[in-house]
Design a protein around this ligand. Structure first.
Ligand SMILES: [Zn+2]
Length: 471
């Protein structure tokens, strides 16, 4: 067979590819439980985005399947073995400050701007056109290829949980939802809620009573704002001075302020992604560090002491005695992302622990459980995503590397990351693009875009990859 010029095949379809991208990106496919129903578990617009892709594929002569609105797939090829490409049609909310409306796609200076342009609707369309090119070229395949369309990637991955209860797991596959060249190692995640209840410790002791303590909204972010409310008969002036001293000593922003029946202390830190907690400044941990010096009521003191004994100055799990690392993905990290304490009610801290691919999640959990038990706390709401690793010598990795190198002329370095990609859903899978090395990452940000040229290049790479994996 003559050498196929994959990029030229993409160029031949550029107009149509961009047109479809525009239509697809115009659907505001943000999770909306208020419009959820049978066949649309994540709301009307998410369902519309899924149906858009499936309809398009049907018109182009593909076999499609919608699995209860949770996910769907587009299939092509023949044979028993299944190759998977996993992408998602849902997007995060747009937020403010866009130059052009986030759901009115617009190309400016070679960049296609829209929410979802790079995460993950642009890449979904790239993967779809890749499959379409393979089909239109009439290339014989000995395997079936499925483009699997998730709908809840940005939230809880309920889409793929449901989908794979009903559909086969591909023998191997890739997800176009992260970075080129190839990500083959990802840390494991333990999202843990540590919860305690007030007990009947003597209430009268301590000059100050902790009324509330709160910080953070997402377990995988470093909280940049923390607030505590205190009541009691202590010396307000003296306490405010202590706060000022502390803020100066530790070079932290914040303030203390009197209200009718309480004193409010606010600490401001610096947010950062939870995969690198040491690079942010955790406002809650700093506030707890300060409050450890105060004579507090016993229940309040217990909560603050737990935070200090187990989390303050311990981003790598040292105080839990779970510190460990491997050569591939580096150190275990602990991000304390969300805090809540209300006097007389349950209190909690939510942790995002990321452990090396060699780590033992059961042993880690057991150790954490033992440690928090000293403070009368338990673990609830556990969410575990095992570490993900694909052998560099696996035919999947070697095939994708060959394709990437052939089309870009660059070496296909393997990447190991602390974050998590959609690839971990696949038993044997890697993340493969679409963001090229050195390019600005705009996923989840205002003015999200994909460079049109990169979209075309990615489509060509995916087309050849599909062919190489399934021929
Ligand atoms: Zn994504």
């Amino acid at each position: 067979m003559n050498e196929i010029n994959w990029y030229q095949e993409v160029l031949n379809r550029k107009k149509e590819l961009l047109k479809r991208c525009h239509e697809f990106l115009a659907i505001e496919s943000v999770l909306d439980e208020s419009t959820a129903g049978v066949g649309r578990p994540f709301g009307r617009k998410v369902a519309e985005a899924l149906e858009f892709m499936l309809n398009l594929a049907e018109q182009d002569g593909f076999q499609t399947k919608n699995v209860d609105g949770y996910a769907g797939h587009v299939e092509y090829g023949g044979g028993d073995e299944l190759i998977g490409i996993l992408s998602h049609v849902d997007v995060v909310p747009a937020g403010d400050g866009w130059t052009s409306p986030p759901f009115s796609p617009e190309i400016r200076e070679g960049k296609l701007y829209a929410r979802g342009a790079i995460d993950d609707k642009g890449p979904t369309m790239a993967a779809y056109f890749a499959l379409k090119i393979v089909k239109e070229l009439g290339l014989p395949l000995s395997k079936r290829v499925r483009l699997i369309l998730g709908t809840d990637e940005e939230s809880q991955w309920r889409c793929v949980s449901h989908y794979f209860e009903h559909e086969d797991m591909p023998a191997m596959g890739f997800t176009p939802d992260a970075d080129f060249p190839i990500i083959n190692a990802e840390k494991g995640f333990l999202d843990i809620k540590v919860v305690g209840l007030p007990d009947d410790r003597e209430e009268s002791r301590g000059e100050w009573t902790l009324m509330s303590f709160e910080a953070g909204q997402r377990v995988n972010m470093v909280p940049d704002y923390a607030m505590a409310k205190l009541s009691g008969d202590g010396d307000v002036f003296e306490l405010k001075e202590k706060v000022q001293d502390f803020l100066l000593t530790y070079r932290i922003q914040g303030y203390a302020e009197e209200a009718d029946d309480h004193l409010k202390i606010v600490v401001k830190g610096r947010s950062h992604h939870g995969s690198e907690p040491e690079k942010g400044q955790n406002a809650a941990l700093e506030l707890a560090r300060f409050m450890d010096r105060l004579p507090l009521d016993p229940n309040g003191a217990n909560y603050i002491k737990m935070i200090n004994d187990l989390l303050v100055d311990s981003f790598f799990g040292e105080k839990f005695s779970i510190a460990q690392e491997d050569k591939l993905v580096g150190k275990l990290t602990v991000n304390a992302g969300v805090f809540g304490y209300t006097k007389g009610d349950q209190h909690f801290v939510r942790l995002n622990v990321r452990y090396p691919t060699s780590g033992d999640s059961d042993a880690l959990l057991k150790r954490i459980e033992e440690k928090v038990a000293d403070y009368n706390c338990k673990i609830t709401d556990l969410d575990h995503k095992p570490a993900h690793y694909c052998d560099p010598d696996h035919p999947l990795v070697t095939a994708l590397a060959r394709v990437y190198e052939a089309q870009t002329g660059e070496k296909a370095e393997l990447l190991a990351i602390g974050g998590g990609t959609y690839a971990r859903v696949l038993d044997t899978g890697v993340a493969f693009g679409p963001l090229f090395p050195g390019k600005e990452e705009k996923a989840h940000q205002r003015d999200e875009y994909i460079e049109v040229e990169d979209l075309l290049k990615a489509t060509a790479i995916y087309a050849q990859a599909i062919y190489e994996l399934a021929k």
